[in-house]
Design a protein around this ligand. Structure first.
Ligand code: NAP
Length: 303
């Protein structure tokens, strides 16, 4: 059996693509390696998605997206793609469980994962005080002291979220200005539980069985210090999940897939949308718009 379209990844871009593909009566599925939702699933609160004036939890928003996608007949199936092989005008998608699925077109909406710091102790203490998900692990740090690394929207938003549990949150940023949007900055600056450590990087995470301390270097003075913390939350940006199409479609140096305005990649029949795509604004609202555009392009190109 050959599908019209296979959407790889069930985050906002993939679910929006499914709504549009389903309404266009294309035969297709979403392949998702875990649960639908992508990074939004582990986002505590979304307050910039239009229509939800008071905001909505990431979990609830994703539930609504999934329900909406299912309404138009595109089902979510479990599976992780390890490679895509062009065969004539079609594509064989090889899955990690050994299956091969064939489709006329493919929309890649695999999103991104958290970038690692790459310092001593990070890998060893992951799950033992080192975390990349405040929503998942924040409640374990009730009345404890944690550090957040990074200065973007994720770091600042999650630092604010962590103050619900932790008694103190250090926000460690490598510059003296945050990258995060102004409204988040204002909230963080007015939160008594957050202390900023500027112009500094974490060089090592220390601890025997659990995180006990971090070694920090001040980039301006070169001074090294040690800070006792119970947890370290790392939010220093994202890496696109595009390894399975490396060498097949054009990407930038960091692995973000290049597309045209129709979301077409360099390979005819393969499209990309959402956080795995090279673009200036990574938001739920842009991801869904790109998913819709990609499905529209598939419908147009197949016709
Ligand atoms: P980001 O915007 O790329 O910010 C990464 C932060 O980490 C920057 O402040 C960067 O410092 C710092 N950093 C990078 N590498 C580092 C290293 N090796 N050591 C120390 N610090 C390092 O990433 P993000 O915050 O994860 O956000 C990703 C995307 O999702 C963004 O487009 C963001 O707008 C979006 N997002 C939006 C929301 C929202 O709308 N509420 C929430 C979360 C995420 P510099 O500033 O010096 O570069």
């Amino acid at each position: 059996m050959t599908f019209d379209v296979i959407i790889i990844g069930g985050g906002p871009a993939g679910l929006a693509a499914a709504i549009y593909a389903g309404r266009a009566k294309l035969g297709g599925i979403i392949l998702e390696k875990m649960s639908p939702g992508g990074q939004v699933l582990i986002t505590d609160f979304v307050e910039n998605y239009p229509g939800f004036v008071e905001g909505i939890s990431g979990f609830e928003l994703v539930e609504k997206f999934t329900e909406h996608a299912k309404r138009f007949g595109i089902t979510v199936e479990n599976g992780e793609v390890s490679s895509i092989e062009p065969v004539g005008a079609e594509f064989n998608l090889n899955l990690t469980d050994g299956r091969t699925i064939t489709s006329k077109t493919v929309i890649i909406t695999t999103g991104a994962t958290h970038r690692k710091l790459g310092v001593k102790g990070e890998q060893e203490l992951t799950g033992r005080g080192v975390s990349y998900c405040a929503t998942c692990d924040g409640p374990f740090f009730k009345d404890q002291v944690v550090a957040v690394v990074g200065g973007g929207d994720s770091a600042v938003q999650e630092a604010i979220f962590l103050t619900k549990f932790a008694k103190k949150v250090y926000l460690i940023h490598r510059r003296d200005q945050l990258r995060a949007i102004k409204i988040l900055q204002e909230r963080a600056f007015s939160n008594d539980k957050i202390e900023f450590i500027w112009n500094s990087t974490v060089e090592e995470i220390k601890g025997k069985d659990q995180v006990e301390a971090i070694k920090i270097v001040n980039k301006l003075t070169g001074e090294t210090s040690c800070l006792n913390v119970d947890g370290v939350f790392i939010f220093i940006g994202i890496e696109p999940t595009t390894h399975f199409v490396k060498g097949l479609v054009d990407m930038d140096q960091r692995g973000f897939i290049k597309t045209d305005e129709w979301m077409r990649t360099s390979v005819k029949g393969i499209y990309a949308a959402g956080d795995c795509r090279k673009k200036p604004l990574l938001q739920i609202v842009t991801a869904v718009a790109e998913g819709a555009t990609a499905a529209f392009a598939v419908e147009h190109d197949l016709a």
